[in-house]
Design a protein around this ligand. Sequence first.
Ligand SMILES: Cc1cc2nc3c(=O)[nH]c(=O)nc-3n(C[C@H](O)[C@H](O)[C@H](O)COP(=O)(O)OP(=O)(O)OC[C@H]3O[C@@H](n4cnc5c(N)ncnc54)[C@H](O)[C@@H]3O)c2cc1C
Ligand code: SF4
Ligand code: SF4
Length: 407
Amino acid sequence: MTIVKDIKSANLCIGCGYCASLVGGSMVLDDAGFLVPSNDSTALSAEEEALVKTSCPGIRGDSVFTQTDVEPGARFDQMWGRYFLASVGHSTDRDIRHLGSSGGALTGISNWLVESGQVDGVLVTGYDADYPIGTRSRITADLAEIRQGAGSKYCPAAPLAGLSDVRRGEGQYAVVGRPCDIATLRRAINAGDPIGKNIKFLLSFFCAGTPSDTGNLHLLTRLGVEKSEDVVQLRHRGNGWPGDTVAELGDGTVKTCTYNESWGGVLRKHTHSLCKICADGIGEQADIVAADAWYGDDEGYPVFSEADGRSLIIARTTVGRDLLRHAIGAGILAVDDLDVRAIDQMQPGQLARRRQLGVRISAYRLMGHRVPKYRRAALKQYSRGQSLVRKIVMFSATIRRLLRARR
Ligand SMILES: Cc1cc2nc3c(=O)[nH]c(=O)nc-3n(C[C@H](O)[C@H](O)[C@H](O)COP(=O)(O)OP(=O)(O)OC[C@H]3O[C@@H](n4cnc5c(N)ncnc54)[C@H](O)[C@@H]3O)c2cc1C
Ligand code: SF4
Ligand code: SF4
């Protein structure tokens, strides 16, 4: 069995598209409603197989930092990883701030990188005109397309498949992707993938999981849409912070629900199995990572009522630090410095995921599931201070979920 078929059969393929980009292959939806490489993408040379073995997020979950490997000048937090700068802010372009998922930080930076000639294009993920509840990722220098790419798509996406075009040409690019996409590309570049010479910046966002196409069909039902073919345009969020989920139908009807109803009520329950044991939903391998800088209520839970968009913006590398300073200096982003402990209140979900990770992995292993390779020291670091009772509760809940999935 080829390496890619093996990863797929172990249900460890999140559909980043990296292997497909090596051979210019395509990505298709599988029976569970997730993107996977098509059979024409699985025939790789020995050299390409070696790159996939080193890079694929279904094999590697260990590209996270611990205190011992943080270089001088970098700061480190046991939950939020390595960073050089931590801030909250937003794009100074009012339209981009409004269009963006949170403060439009990623689109603001992408737009400026192209406009100022620092890169020849940015890899962005927009909705697919031929399948409006799905995505299409591609490198573009079209500023209108970069703006249209603003906003999170809570459905399958294969950003790195969009690198095929770069492999055939020259130029310098920025890539926006989920943390697993970005970590895959970073590992591939470090392992000698020649594409490294074309990639200048790696940008990411916090991620709690990729929901399936099946989950999105459930979402349409929840919205009162009978047939997915009736949808001409979907937006999961953005156009405000967080902004509603909006489906526009061919007959002009518009169906909406809140972000909380769509993500919390439907899509969260349809995320990929690998996402439940993901070691890095916080973009540790990105140069810059953005997230929702949620305001918390008195109990410490995020409030999802509409507000002016605000992104958490973290520079994780010296390249990211210089880029962020440059973007602030050029008036592209307006930011305030942030004490990293404040992220605990903004992102309680990500905090809980990290704390529970070791226990979840143990449950997967006990149930005979293959898992990626992890860093033992990092898992220990995340779970420090967790009570035994909490661990037992999470372990049992994971076992129950895995048993239900078998039925
Ligand atoms: C599946 C998913 C899960 C998320 N989970 C969390 C979370 O747990 N906590 C949190 O704070 N934030 C999460 N986000 C990110 C959050 O919604 C915002 O993207 C983030 O706050 C950055 O906002 P922004 O306004 O700077 O980005 P924008 O300016 O809106 O730019 C978003 C960028 O992300 C790219 N993009 C959008 N969807 C995808 C996708 N599916 N795959 C690859 N690239 C994409 C676009 O091309 C665009 O460049 C998630 C996003 C997604 C897609
Ligand atoms: S490299 Fe990406 S698309 Fe290929 S098998 Fe691994 S997760 Fe799937
Ligand atoms: S939760 Fe992790 S594995 Fe899942 S899509 Fe997000 S970054 Fe990738």
